[in-house]
Design a protein around this ligand. Structure first.
Ligand code: MN
Length: 419
């Protein structure tokens, strides 16, 4: 396995940093009231690649593509350009590089910036590819852990909302909506009482496909630019009343948070791992041509308002997922659905086989029947106002890690809505 690549930026050589030279994730940042720029994380610094491109020091293409505060124009150029630019960055930032004096003026401390959305989300699709999660939800909602008849054949998904995908650090307002308790005759309107999270990975489509044109698994792999942590905030009570027969709607539409750094597929290459053994043979168009998952440790913490510490409530791994992002993308486009640069695919909630690996509060508290205790002594079944939920993730290399940073959001009280 690859070793730590040493950089002339010393903080990038720590075994604990999320952002060694092996990683080089892409984000967008702003300093004070200045325009947002594209940046590359390296140790505790950011290389301002918008400024570096403008001055001609580091150019990804013949035309400017980083003069906009999102990575879509760069993503659109495709894999060869992605690889060439990554090589240029590695070469310029490695220990002993002659480029050091030219690049030093473009470094900004991460502590001094505000992170922005790293790309413009074209459309957002969320999947349901965690087998343990699907079994748990069946058990909780329908009294049986049996998977739906289609589950082992199709990466099940629904079309979500791109409009409310936000970057880590953005507050989330508790949603209003219709709910109906199982034992009541009529629905009521008000703030969700069963607000939840879903621990997911988000895959970012870098290059698109044409309407009417199906794609292969190989093509799907080549279209994925990178990955982020994704929290699919979910109002379980709104969802429970609305979802039949067309699936989730308002219970999922009020907010989805992502981590600010796009970790490229190239940086994760050493951590590829196959999907779990198939319980039913897949139709040929969905069969993996290379291992499609990655060994990425994931965790969730919950910190109540005013609490001094956050409690880790779950630890699991992306390798628990049954379908890879490439399988989801291939399935998405197979009908002739056009996919575009900037499309975001949520993996589905990632839950492992035991309770300490469950990726939602619905599962951790078993729909409120088994509240759990935080380090502060408080208990939780669902999220309370003021709670901050944070996702973290990293792939562990030999003396280095490929980290994702964190994906955080704090819940604000519902709007006081007079009808
Ligand atoms: Mn989800």
């Amino acid at each position: 396995m690859t070793k730590l690549l040493k950089s002339w930026i010393s903080s990038a050589n720590s075994p604990d940093t999320d952002f060694p030279l092996n990683n080089l994730p892409y984000g967008v940042f702003s300093v004070g009231n200045n325009d947002a720029h594209c940046g590359v994380a390296i140790g505790d610094m950011i290389l301002d690649v918008t400024a570096a491109e403008e001055t001609g020091v580091l150019t990804p293409a013949d035309v400017p593509v980083l003069d906009v505060p999102f990575w879509n124009d760069f993503m659109d150029l495709g894999r060869d350009t992605w690889a060439t630019f990554r090589s240029k960055l590695v070469n310029a930032l490695r220990d002993g590089s002659s480029e050091q004096p030219k690049l030093e003026p473009f470094l900004v401390a991460q502590a001094d910036v505000t992170m922005e959305m790293p790309f413009a989300v074209s459309e957002y699709t969320d999947f349901y590819a965690g087998m343990q999660h699907a079994k748990n939800m069946g058990d909780i909602l329908r009294g049986s852990p049996d998977l739906p008849a289609n589950w082992l054949h199709i990466p099940i998904g629904y079309n979500g909302r791109a409009s409310t995908v936000v970057v880590s650090g953005t507050d989330i307002r508790r949603p209003l909506g219709q709910t109906k308790a199982p034992d009541s005759d009529a629905p009521v309107f008000g703030p969700s009482q069963r607000l939840d999270i879903e621990l997911e990975m988000g895959a970012i489509v870098g290059t698109g496909s044409k309407m009417g044109q199906p794609i292969t698994m190989d093509q799907a792999e080549g279209m994925i630019f990178g990955y982020v942590l994704l929290n699919d905030w979910s109002a379980r009570d709104i969802q429970g009343w609305e979802y039949q027969p067309l699936g989730p709607f308002q219970g999922k539409a009020f907010g989805t948070s992502i981590s600010p750094w796009i970790v490229t597929a190239a940086a994760l290459e050493d951590f590829r791992t196959s999907t779990p053994p198939r319980e039913k043979e897949l139709l040929p168009y969905l069969i993996e041509t290379k291992p499609g998952l990655f060994d990425i440790s994931l965790e969730i913490t919950l910190q109540p308002e005013e609490a001094a510490t956050a409690t880790t409530i779950t630890k699991t791994n992306y390798n628990r997922t049954y379908y890879s992002a490439a399988q989801q993308l291939c399935h998405h486009a197979i009908s002739g659905c056009e996919m575009n640069s900037g499309d975001l695919l949520g993996s589905g909630t990632i839950s492992g086989p035991t309770r300490d690996e469950f990726g939602s509060l619905m599962e951790l508290s078993w729909a409120g029947q088994k509240p759990f205790t935080l380090d502060t002594g408080e208990t939780r079944s669902f999220i309370e106002d003021g709670d901050t939920l944070t996702l973290k993730g990293h792939a562990q290399g030999n003396g280095y890690r490929i980290g994702f940073g964190s994906c955080s959001g704090t819940i604000l009280p519902a709007i006081d809505y007079e009808t």
